[in-house]
Design a protein around this ligand. Structure first.
Ligand code: HMG
Ligand code: MG
Length: 310
């Protein structure tokens, strides 16, 4: 454990880059497949242990990711890097299997309203749909990551009880998830609530199997991530340049920016294996492809510094 003040923090953190999926899924204008592929390859080069590449969901629901099979066929698969994809049902699993995917992510909401809006079914139905997918993944040697959405608030129902999240996370582990990522889909969480959530979920799922997935809508993502580090969480999802949101959570902005997370962890002396320069260049690449400035404050500061030095 690295010491910071009197609090012991994890020495190493594993970062899952979700920009190509969670980030791009929220873009209205269709991003060319070539750009997605180049972005994924650049992120793998930056040192991420996992780059969530796309989703095998209904193209009617998320048109941006309709090219999932093409993306998977064209990326360079760097040894040691996982390229998980989102899968909601057996149809998605079959697509992922045909695309030689090595890891899938199953997502379940913590509230009934969000479950209906996001996947057109109840929480119980989505867990029922998940069971055969877990079994098929196991039979095909694929790892399964679980996600719980709306863990710190729902756009339709407001507050969410930590015990509800705990029970869904525990069910995902029972089904075979090697890890459960706790998603603050709309970014309304704050540090105290985050700590209470992690401590509550850890009653049923070991903290080593938990990941934090914080959207930054209210500017709290990095603080919530720090509160999770203090609670012993050592895996976090982040999105290059702070891309993204969820199309079924209106107004939700991107995940915590990868550049901001790496800067924080570097400052704390926590190893996350990412090369900031390669990451920053990947961020510049996608930001210019989308014709916008990166949402990451760290990326903007480093880009300005690098421009001034030239
Ligand atoms: P449905 O309309 O109820 O599905 O959607 P259905 O089974 O009735 O099928 C309807 C049509 O979709 C059929 O086609 C199916 O073949 C097709 P048709 O006969 O009409 O031509 N279909 C599919 N096509 C491709 N791939 C599939 C698939 N499944 C059915 N897998 C469904 C139900 C779950 C499919 C839909 O609601 C869906 O795709 N939802 C995904 C929504 C989504 O991707 N949301 C964003 C990701 S979650 C998120 O961002 C949160 C997270 O980041 C964590 C956090 O922040 O908290 C993970
Ligand atoms: Mg998300």
């Amino acid at each position: 454990m690295a010491m910071h003040s009197e609090i012991a923090l994890p020495r190493k953190v594993r970062l899952v880059e979700v920009g190509p999926r969670d980030g791009l899924q929220n873009e209205k204008a269709i991003v060319p497949t070539d750009v997605k592929v180049a972005l994924i390859d650049k992120l793998a080069d930056a040192g991420f242990a996992a780059v969530e590449a796309t989703s095998f969901v209904s193209p009617k629901w998320v048109p941006q990711l309709a090219d999932a099979a093409d993306v998977m066929a064209r990326i360079t698969r760097t040894p040691g890097v996982a390229y998980p994809v989102l899968v909601p049902n057996m149809k998605g699993f079959e697509g992922a299997l045909a695309a030689r995917v090595d890891e899938i992510a199953m997502f379940v909401a913590a509230t009934e309203s969000f479950s209906q809006r996001n996947t057109n079914c109840s929480i119980a139905e989505s867990l029922e749909r998940a069971a055969p997918v877990f079994a098929a993944a196991r039979a095909n040697g694929m790892r399964v990551r679980g996600y719980v959405s709306c863990v710190l608030g729902c756009p339709y129902e407001g507050d969410v009880a930590p015990a509800t999240v705990r029970d869904i996370a525990a069910r995902l582990v029972e089904l075979g998830a090697y890890e459960v990522s706790l998603g603050d889909t709309i970014g309304t969480g704050t540090a105290g609530k985050t700590r209470l959530l992690i401590d509550t979920v850890a009653q049923a799922v070991p903290v080593a199997m938990l990941a934090g997935h914080f959207h930054d809508t209210y500017g709290q993502a990095l603080t919530n991530l720090y509160a999770s580090l203090e609670a012993g969480v050592a895996t976090f999802d982040c999105s290059v340049s702070g891309l993204g949101g969820c199309p079924y959570a209106r107004g939700a902005t991107g995940n915590v920016a990868s550049e901001d997370v790496v800067y924080l962890l570097d400052g704390l002396g926590i190893d996350c294996g990412i090369d900031m320069t390669t990451l920053r260049i990947a961020g510049q690449y996608i930001s210019s492809a989308l014709s916008r400035e990166p949402a990451s404050r760290v990326a903007r500061a480093l880009n300005a510094k690098s421009a001034a030095a030239q």
